[in-house]
Design a protein around this ligand. Sequence first.
Ligand code: SAM
Length: 234
Amino acid sequence: MKTLLKKFADKINISLSEEQIDKFIKYKELLKEWNEKINLTAITADEDIIIKHFIDSLTIEKYIDKNSSIIDVGTGAGFPGIPIKIAREDINLTLLDSLNKRIVFLQEVLNENKIENAICIHGRAEDIAKDLKSREKYDVATARAVANMSTLLELCLPFVKVGGKFICMKGNNIEEVEEAKKALEILGGEIEKIENFVIPDTDIERNIIVVKKVKETPKQYPRKAGTPAKQPIK
Ligand code: SAM
C-alpha cells in the first residue's frame, strides 16, 4: 500500500517522505477500525481509501499558498483536510463538522499521528461562521461532498478573508456552478478557475472550483442552521 500511495502521489506531483507515508497508513488503519463502530465512510478497501480519499484530497494541494490557514467545512472523516495537512506541515488546519462522533475520531487521528497546528471544531458552519473568532479569519476554506454549490458558498465564504479563497471539490457534474451565480455575487465570491481532470490511471472525473473572495460577506449570511440547504440562494 505504501508503494501505491507513493506512486499515485508522484503522479499528481506530490512527493511524500517515508514519515508522511507512515502517517497516511496509520490514518487508513484508524479509519477502518473506527468505521466498524461509527459510520465514517462507505469506501473501505485499502486501494480505494488511498485513491478516492487520500489522492483525491491531495489534488487541491497546489492551490494552497505556503503557511495558509485552512478550514475544512463538513470534513466528515477528515477529507480533504487531513491528507493536505499530512503533506503540508506549513499549513494551519481547522476541521469542522456537525457530527460529534466524527470529531472524536478526527481528534484521535491528530493525536496518534502527532499532527500539530490542527484543531477540530464541533458545530454547524452556519453557527460557527457567526462567531467573530472564525468569521473572515481563514486564507482558505475547503469542502468536498457536503452540499450543492450555492449552499456551500453560503456555508464556506463567510469564513474566508477578503483576498482568500474557497476551494470546492466536485464530481463530474458542475451545472450547479452556473446556478450559483447569484450566491457568488451576494456572498462576495468570484470564480477564479475551474479545473476539470481525471485522477491519473483511473476513470474518476473531478472538478476543482476555485472561488476568490473579493468582498466581505454581508452580516446576515449564513442564514440560520438548515436554511442554506433548504432554500439555497437562487
Ligand atoms: N468532506 C468529507 C468527505 O468528502 O468525505 C465528508 C462528506 S460527508 C458526505 C458530509 C459531512 O458534512 C458530514 O460529516 C456532515 O456531518 C457534515 N455537514 C453537513 N452539513 C454541515 C454543516 N452545516 N456544518 C458542519 N458540518 C456539516
